[in-house]
Design a protein around this ligand. Structure first.
Ligand SMILES: [Zn+2]
Length: 347
């Protein structure tokens, strides 16, 4: 990919507006969260803007109430209200509660509104790390403004960062991204070097955008969902397929289905949105056969850990099946090409 200098040259030579359609994209999209999950400290903070990948070890116990407080810079009443209102959306699909409390020192999730440091959050239980002072934020909103109404992109940012807080990773780094999207490495590296302040170096762009998560790092995932709240927007120039990914400001059907299977409203607990059920979640994700039956059974028995575990098994298996299909398609392609390329090999 790095040898693809024609493409790189032509994209870099254009004004940035031509590349990212600035008209459609607010200025703050120039600020992406930088994923620090693989930082040398081993911390699990992930900075970022726009995932339905989850890590079981970092997910909360189902049904839990998470306390939330505001620390320095705590924001205005209007900024705080935007967060309080927007986060209710997750409570409709994930069996979790966010309780806002006055004393941030005892809050599990601590939010600040510091400018110029981007928007980011620790992933799930990562915010419990003893290395984070109780006076420090575990989530920051660099671009939620002190205005009367929540702008669509602010809605997107809040849902995205709370997605991290309940254990979601970045969707654009899905282990299955390659099935749908091949990124043009050098174009992407040039873009982040040009648009970020301070500019991202190649290493940082690899870590936050280009590299996909290893299947041992993530637990459940589906085919890459371009409409996920956890997906970064991407101009069409970024990928071989020429697919433009618009900024996502609302939860996608898969985001909701994942929330339900990871944090299920088991029988006897009422989901706020009755349209998302175990059956609709299984249908949306496309889980069939024996795994579907066992997830439904675990759910009916109220065993949320069983639901999560089965779902994880299914995800890993799906990836293996897709990898196998891709490998055999490649072998067939090679075999088909052999007679013309090298007749001798036919015998
Ligand atoms: Zn992010």
């Amino acid at each position: 990919m790095s040898g693809n200098s024609d493409t790189v040259g032509s994209v870099a030579a254009q004004a940035p507006a031509a590349v990212v359609e600035e008209n459609d994209l607010p200025e703050f999209f120039n600020g992406f969260c930088a994923d620090q999950t693989r930082a040398p400290t081993g911390e699990t903070r992930i900075d970022g803007m726009k995932a339905i990948l989850t890590r079981a070890a970092l997910m909360w116990e189902n049904g839990r109430t998470l306390t939330v407080g505001f620390v320095e810079v705590p924001g205005t009443a209007r900024q705080q209200q935007k967060v309080k209102d927007t986060v209710k959306e997750w409570e409709q699909y994930a069996n979790l509660r966010f309780q806002f409390i006055d004393n941030p020192a005892v809050a599990t999730i601590r939010i600040s509104f510091r400018k110029n440091v981007g928007s980011w959050s620790y992933i799930g239980k990562g915010c419990l790390s003893a290395t984070i002072p109780k006076t420090s934020p575990t989530m920051n909103f660099g671009w939620v403004e002190d205005t009367a109404f929540t702008a669509p992109q602010e809605n997107g940012t809040i849902l995205h960062e709370f997605g991290h807080a309940i254990g979601y990773l970045h969707e654009h780094q899905s282990p299955r991204r390659g099935e749908k999207l091949q990124l043009k490495e050098q174009v992407v590296i040039d873009y982040y070097a040009r648009t970020q302040n301070p500019p991202w170096n190649a290493e940082k762009t690899r870590q936050n955008v280009l590299n996909v998560y290893n299947t041992s790092e993530v637990t459940n995932f589906s085919a890459c969902d371009f409409t996920s709240i956890m997906m970064y927007f991407m101009p069409a120039e970024f990928n071989v397929q020429g697919i433009a990914i618009k900024p996502n400001n609302v939860l996608s059907p898969l985001d909701k289905a994942f929330a339900f299977l990871n944090y299920p409203f088991t029988p006897g607990t009422a989901s706020v949105d009755p349209s998302v059920t175990v059956v609709s979640a299984l249908n949306t994700i496309g889980i069939t056969g024996a795994v579907r039956a066992s997830i439904a059974t675990e759910w009916a028995e109220g065993d949320w850990q069983g639901v999560r575990a089965e779902f994880t098994r299914w995800s890993v298996n799906q990836k293996a099946l897709n990898d196998k299909a891709a490998a055999s398609a490649e072998r067939e392609e090679i075999a088909a090409a052999v007679p013309t390329a090298s007749p001798i090999a036919v015998n």
